[in-house]
Design a protein around this ligand. Structure first.
Ligand SMILES: N[C@@H](CCC(=O)N[C@@H](CS)C(=O)NCC(=O)O)C(=O)O
Length: 215
């Protein structure tokens, strides 16, 4: 048994990505357990009340909302001062997780929503992204020239949206947004959290993640 928290995760899930980004920035060591959403291990189902990733299993409780995992990790240690963010950064995260994510799903999985007008849904997502682009005019990150938790919390979703139609995305008049996203996807933090792991199974040696002491 390990004393370290267990982070149940799925590599391509944007919620899990942002949890891994925060854990990595905090330098907190967790045992990473990659799962397949279509074949969830029993131990995960027993740990996570919502059966969603990410879930951070602590010795006395489970945190199963990605934003809560981020905040937990950064409250342990926040060397980049990602939590040092103005209030409107939190409002951006709320808008990302709510209306933007909904419009993103309606665009990406349009086939599942035959009653919705995909162009109208894309337009709703684009309105949010235009707002981000305006914020990025003259500053490197969403809340200024220093990266904050808002950048880490939102970028995986913008990447997901961009990947639904990358030619269309880069042709839009939001060059500051494209530059911000490129810096994110080409950066060392993103590379570090996108390492591929084979899915966990009971009895495997632990996979350590996030800590400065990887051991
Ligand atoms: N509000 C949750 C949402 C997490 C979520 O929906 N994760 C997806 C994967 S991206 C999931 O686990 N879905 C369950 C499934 O597909 O069975 C959070 O922020 O952690």
């Amino acid at each position: 048994m390990t004393n370290h928290p267990i982070l149940w995760t799925f590599r391509r899930c944007p919620y899990a990505m942002r949890a891994r980004l925060a854990v990595r920035s905090a330098g907190v060591t967790v045992e990473l357990r990659e799962i397949l959403l279509k074949d969830k291990p029993q131990a995960f189902l027993e740990a996570s009340p919502s059966a969603t990733v990410p879930a951070l299993q602590l010795s006395n409780r489970v945190i199963d909302e990605s934003l809560d995992v981020m905040v937990w990790a950064l409250k342990q240690s926040d060397p980049q001062r990602l939590l040092d963010m103005p209030e409107d950064g939190w409002e951006l995260i709320v808008a990302n997780d709510g209306p933007f994510k909904t419009a993103l799903d309606h665009t990406k999985y349009a086939i599942r929503f035959p009653d919705l007008d995909v162009e109208a849904e894309r337009g709703k997502a684009a309105a949010f992204l235009m707002n981000l682009n305006e914020r990025l005019d003259g500053q490197a990150y969403l809340c200024g020239d220093i990266e904050t938790i808002a950048d880490l919390a939102i970028a995986p979703f913008v990447r997901q949206f961009a990947n639904t139609d990358s030619n269309w995305f880069v042709a839009q008049p939001w060059s500051d947004l494209v530059a911000w996203l490129n810096r994110f996807t080409q950066g060392s933090a993103f590379a570090a959290i996108m390492t591929k792991y084979v899915p966990w199974s009971d009895g495997d040696d632990p996979v350590w993640f996030g800590g400065t002491n990887q051991g």
